[in-house]
Design a protein around this ligand. Structure first.
Ligand code: PMP
Length: 407
């Protein structure tokens, strides 16, 4: 079998795998990681801003002094120490009074989404999600053989009337919508935030329709202009499953996230997680606990906010100065991403090889929709590249677009 690209296992694969294909975009991303390419494609935090020497000492001590626990198996739900810290972190976001008992530690927010999908979705069930939505969640829903029905957004986030229409359409189709998957604050990929007023409206609609809400909230601490609006879970307890992660506020390499879930559901989630990973990494949980206990993590988040605010400004200014007429983009007040809409006639996916040749990368919009729309969009990340590289990246991108328009 070695050396062959032919897939000899096609008649053995499970049904859920049959639609899966490796995309040509994946291959392009391999090239995009070369140093000469300015990548606006990833979603990586700027880890160089962390005090890496101090983190290194902390990790060394965690093995040397607490190795009997930190290098051992743990329990499926996650350590009580970390779950207590997580409740303190959520209180900072406005979710008060959560019990550590109702927290399940996961392998990043990604496993949290996967567990909720495994728990709730049968093949053919419908998930409502913003259009566009987080690519990793779309992959989870596809693997669960669920159907994603996208709900439109504008600059104030999800549109309540569009959600109501979507519910009617799903009902007419004879399918069952199990939950709304939403990233209300500094959305990935659109960079927009659901307004205060709409938060209440969306919750009311979901409550009336008996639709659960999965609130994915990795970015709300990365606000550039005051505090972010209160999470949905801070407004409504019942029917809202809150997911978050330390990936954007500390380090994605540790792979630590969590779910806050009602009691009965929490027990099932733990059982599913045990079947999935036995337990989240004891070492990674120890690292996050130590970080939150002994290091100035609130200051670190402030410094991330400042770095990203400056980079957002650089990116927006460069777009304004350099993009061809007819291009538009969102104006994020936090998070990591800008969503751009290209002038008529340009296709972001078709343009990608030319962009890579011009040494700039982005993510084409189609990746963020389950239904193939998004050809005239792209996601641009501003957290990772330096301000100089961001501007240079936009200059290269604008050059490619001008050439396409002239063709
Ligand atoms: N949800 C959203 C909206 C994200 O953007 C990400 C990371 N890009 C995740 C979940 C998953 O993050 P992680 O698994 O690293 O915690």
């Amino acid at each position: 079998m070695t050396g062959t690209t032919q897939d000899d296992y096609t008649d053995v694969y499970a049904r859920r795998v049959r639609g899966m294909t490796t995309s040509e975009i994946r291959a392009l991303f391999a090239v995009a990681s070369r140093p000469e390419v300015v990548s606006l494609a990833g979603g990586s935090p700027y880890i160089a801003a962390l005090p890496l020497d101090a983190v290194g000492e902390m990790l060394g001590a965690l093995a040397a002094e607490q190795g009997a626990v930190s290098l051992q198996y743990g329990i499926g739900q996650g350590t009580i120490d970390l779950r207590e810290r997580i409740c303190e972190v959520m209180a900072l976001s406005g979710i008060h009074g959560a019990s550590p008992d109702d927290v399940v530690v996961t392998v990043g927010g990604q496993q949290a989404i996967d567990l909720l999908a495994r728990l709730f979705l049968d093949p053919g069930d419908v998930v409502l999600a913003e259009g566009p939505s987080y690519v990793g969640a779309l992959g989870v829903f596809q693997a669960a053989q669920a159907q994603v029905h996208h709900v439109a957004m504008d600059d104030d986030g999800l549109i309540p009337a569009a959600l109501e229409e979507a519910l009617v359409a799903v009902e007419r189709s004879g399918r069952r919508a199990k939950f709304l998957y939403t990233i209300p604050t500094f959305q990935n990929p659109a960079g927009v935030t659901l307004s205060e007023e709409r938060r209440e409206q969306i919750l009311d609609i979901c409550e009336r329709a008996g639709l659960l809400v999965v609130e994915d909230d990795p970015y709300s601490m990365l606000s550039f202009e005051g505090d972010a609006p209160l999470p949905l879970r801070a407004r409504r307890r019942d029917g809202v499953f809150y997911v978050s992660t330390f990936s954007k506020t500390f380090a994605p390499g540790l792979r630590v996230g969590w779910i806050l879930a009602p009691h009965a559901v929490r027990e099932k989630l733990v059982m599913m997680s045990e079947a999935n990973v036995l337990c989240p990494s004891a070492f990674a949980q120890g690292a996050v606990t130590q970080y939150l206990t002994t290091m100035p993590w609130r200051e670190q988040i402030k410094s991330y906010r400042e770095i990203y605010r400056e980079r957002r400004d650089v990116l927006l200014n460069a777009l304004r100065d350099l993009m061809p007429a007819g291009t538009s983009w969102t104006n994020p007040t936090g998070g990591l991403f800008v969503w751009a809409t290209l002038p008529e006639g340009l296709d972001s996916k078709a343009m990608m090889p030319r962009a890579i040749a011009a040494r700039v990368a982005y993510v084409p919009g189609t990746g963020f929709y389950a239904d193939g729309t998004g050809t005239s969009n792209m996601r641009l990340n501003f957290s990772y590249a330096s301000p100089e590289r961001l501007r240079e990246g936009v200059r290269r991108l604008a050059g490619v677009m001008e050439q396409e328009l002239a063709m």
